[in-house]
Design a binder for this molecule. Structure first.
Ligand SMILES: N[C@@H](CCC(=O)N[C@@H](CS)C(=O)NCC(=O)O)C(=O)O
Length: 229
């Protein structure tokens, strides 16, 4: 029995896990848990693996785990993946951990759901809340550029890509689904995004198919564009 990934590549943390598995050619069986169809609430097998009913989750020969950051770290260690993903060097590792904690509420602040996805789920859009979250994301992006991308190389830990980059790129690119390019306002973030994309190559194209398909459908177009200029 190989590794099972319960995921929907519409979801940012699911893509981060998918990208790592694809790039490193780790064999896995994908169990798609469609968020739009509400399968995370109805799929009983998934409910046993992920009691909080959130994707992603894995079942690795009976060992179950949810929370993408924990899954990414587990995969690097359990499958002996190249150490640049989660560096052995304590300071680099601390920088990765710092990003993973900081991104909650800063880069991952709920704006995409409140602004773009809510209408698809039949929920109202609270414009005042959206405006506040948009301001928060703009500040988060600025900080990401000025602090986390201040090193020598294109990535958070310098010249080598890590799981922090995977998480960050999956969050920031989420707005592509709605036709919005959040990174276009921040030149260093735009260049970093390209560097991540180039590094990931074919695995990026495979995992991002869902993003491109949804963008083409156009159902999650934001009520308005970012007004960040
Ligand atoms: N901190 C979790 C977040 C997981 C999460 O929020 N997943 C969302 C999709 S991005 C989900 O499953 N939402 C469905 C729900 O909450 O009902 C992680 O990084 O894995």
């Amino acid at each position: 029995m190989s590794l099972k990934l319960y995921a929907d590549f519409l979801s940012q943390p699911c893509r981060a896990v998918g990208l790592l598995l694809e790039k490193e050619a780790v064999p896995y069986d994908m169990v798609t848990v469609s968020l739009i169809k509400g399968e995370n609430k109805t799929n009983e097998e998934f409910g046993r693996v992920a009691p909080l009913k959130q994707v992603p989750a894995i079942d690795d020969k009976g060992f179950t785990l949810f929370e993408s950051a924990a899954i990414l770290k587990y995969l690097v260690r359990a499958y002996n993946l190249p150490s640049h993903w989660y560096p052995e060097d304590v300071q680099k590792r601390a920088r990765v951990d710092q990003y993973l904690v900081w991104q909650q509420g800063n880069i991952r602040n709920g704006l995409f759901f409140k602004k773009c996805a809510a209408p698809v789920f039949g929920l109202p859009v609270d414009q005042a809340e959206v405006d506040k979250l948009e301001g928060g994301l703009k500040a988060g992006m600025q900080f990401f550029q000025d602090y986390f991308l201040a090193g020598d190389g294109p990535f958070v830990c310098g010249s080598e890509i890590s799981i922090a980059d995977l998480q960050a790129m999956c969050q920031i690119s989420q707005f592509w689904i709605a036709g919005l390019k959040a990174e276009a306002f921040f030149p260093k973030i735009e260049a970093w995004m390209k560097a991540c994309q180039n590094f990931l190559g074919k695995s990026f194209e495979k995992v991002y198919k869902t993003v491109y398909d949804l963008a083409e459908e156009g159902k999650m177009k934001g009520a308005s564009d970012f007004k960040w200029k």
